[in-house]
Design a protein around this ligand. Structure first.
Ligand code: NAD
Length: 503
């Protein structure tokens, strides 16, 4: 039996429960269908086969979930920190125990390759452990003495929050949002992406088995325009943590205006990897390839624009073409696969439309630029060369295994190109000249930058983007700034004189 055959057999074991019962919502600790009884179907991008039906929640389900989150909030907020910490560690243990099931389901539901998904499941557990260990300090404040008052600050959880997640690495991203919310003392209504509902259900189950009280974590499946919209408009939901496209973020901001919703947005990117002639070119090549072709290029932090200095461009691009043509496209559960199918036909149509756009723009399709096979949403890893920053392919987020290479002559020109998009999520700079690295990163418009490195996450550091790439930061204490409110209390130190009106 090959590894792939064995993995498919295991997958069928994991999927049988979904096939039998479909995916239901979880509201107030109860597994339930949508109140309207509506469902939708989720299919696999590998072969377009039906995985299962999913409850299609709407405004009524969101209302029930928000009521459950509101009712559960006081007890969860007031639970001793050490007890909350223990439950969050139990969730991490539960994720580790079911990591293979999570990874296999995620691969089948999203098309991501197993080599990356097994790590993503474990990163989800790390997110819970990291924030579990921060629970005991979450409410710590300051003492700010004035002549007449002892002023103290404390932090309190904001209340029930809505979490809306996308279909790319949905399991890991859900944990990245929900773990700090729970650690802060908030209760949650989670609306996962309609294209990838499987692992959100597993995660909510793990949380309840770990001892999370009913109503603290509610799951409502459904579409953005009904369940998602209702969540952003609900008066009992104090804040929305959203990960997704920039234009959806803009819609959510409008939808949340009437209820003055606090928002935290992690949005799109068109991130540059800038390679100067003095860089360690072998390492830069590895990193540039990894950061766009791993995770199918369906990754907000992907380096989708390669900016390469013209003195080394020809050689660098030649090596790149050879490597890109060698990338293994295949079944996501095959351990050898490096790139799996794109999430869905809708997204496949979007990504492949750029092959013609590139040609019309006047760029060269130097590798890929075509579908692989005629079943499932597989595309050949693609490289556009001869591009410039005025082209559509250099500005729009393609969100697939597609890299646009642009040449530059000088550092100033590289900076102008790098900053020449509406986005500002990440940047990657390759140079041995430390002064140049400092100068360049200082001016580069991005929330996160790595020098001589691919993206390596460190949980205490701030994660987020500038410009159209986001509002707010996750990670470390920054997450608590979103999920908590600062409170000031002034205690009189004595009987200072108070102005007497009407005396
Ligand atoms: P999307 O914006 O289409 O959908 C994201 C979520 O929003 C889904 O759950 C969807 O149902 C919901 N939604 C859609 N319309 C809504 C509305 N009107 N009101 C409320 N909710 C609504 O994004 P996607 O295609 O699922 O994900 C890919 C995008 O996410 C890319 O742009 C990517 O860059 C971005 N992303 C960003 C980060 C980051 O950290 N910056 C991380 C991952 C993904």
């Amino acid at each position: 039996m090959t590894d792939l055959t064995a993995n498919i057999e295991k997958l069928n074991g994991y999927l049988s429960r979904f096939r039998d019962t479909g995916i239901q919502n979880l509201i107030g600790g109860q597994t339930r269908p949508a109140l309207s009884s509506a469902t939708f179907e989720t299919t696999s991008p590998v072969d377009e086969s039906l995985i299962c039906t999913v409850a299609r929640g709407g405004a009524a389900d969101i209302d029930a979930a928000a009521a459950a989150a509101k009712a559960a909030f006081p007890a969860w907020r007031d639970m001793p920190a050490l007890e909350r910490k223990k439950i969050l560690h139990n969730i991490a243990d539960g994720i580790v125990a079911r990591a293979e099931e999570i990874a296999f389901c995620e691969c089948w539901d999203t098309g991501q390759a197993l080599r990356f998904m097994s790590k993503a499941a474990l990163r989800g557990a790390e997110n819970f452990r990291f924030f579990a260990d921060k629970v005991t300090a979450a409410r710590d404040g300051q003492q700010l003495q004035s002549p007449t008052l002892m002023n103290v600050t404390t932090r309190v959880p904001i209340g029930p929050v809505g979490v809306i997640t996308p279909w790319n690495t949905p399991f890991m991203l859900s944990t990245w949002k929900i773990a700090p919310a729970l650690a802060a003392g908030c209760t949650v209504v989670h609306k996962p992406a309609e294209f990838s509902p499987l692992t959100a259900r597993i995660l909510a189950e793990i949380a309840h088995e770990a001892g999370l009280p009913d109503g603290v974590w509610n799951l409502v499946n459904g579409f953005g325009e009904d369940a998602g919209k209702a969540l952003t408009e609900h008066p009992d939901i104090r804040a929305i943590a959203f990960v997704g496209e920039s234009k959806t973020g803009s819609m959510i901001m409008k939808q949340g205006a009437d209820t003055l919703k606090r928002v935290h947005f992690e949005l799109g990117g068109k991130n540059p990897v800038v390679v100067f002639e003095d860089a360690d070119l072998d390492r830069a090549l590895d990193a540039a390839i990894f950061m766009i072709y791993s995770l199918n290029g369906e990754r907000c932090t992907s380096s989708s624009r390669l900016l390469v200095q013209d003195t080394i461009a020809e050689e660098f691009e030649a090596k790149l073409i050879e490597r890109v043509n060698n990338i293994k496209v295949g079944h996501p559960l095959d351990p050898a696969t490096e790139v799996g199918p794109l999430i869905h036909k809708v997204h496949f149509d979007k990504v492949t439309s750029y092959f013609d756009i590139a040609r019309t723009d006047g760029a060269t399709v130097a590798a890929g630029g075509e579908r692989v096979g005629d079943t499932g949403w597989f595309v050949r890893p693609t490289l556009f060369t001869g591009a410039d920053q005025s082209m559509t392919i250099a500005n729009e987020e393609i969100f697939g295994p597609v890299l646009t290479a642009i040449r530059f002559a000088t550092e100033d020109e590289a900076l102008e190109i790098a900053n020449g998009t509406e986005y500002g999520l990440t940047g990657y700079v390759w140079t041995q000249d430390i002064t140049r690295a400092l100068r360049f990163t200082d001016k580069l418009e991005a929330g996160m930058i790595w020098v001589n490195s691919e993206n390596v996450r460190h949980l205490p550091t701030p994660f987020g983007g500038v410009k159209a790439s986001g509002i707010g930061r996750d990670g470390g204490d920054w997450s608590f700034e979103f999920y908590m409110e600062q409170k000031h209390i002034g205690f009189a130190l004595g009987q200072h004189s108070i102005p007497r009106l009407g005396a």
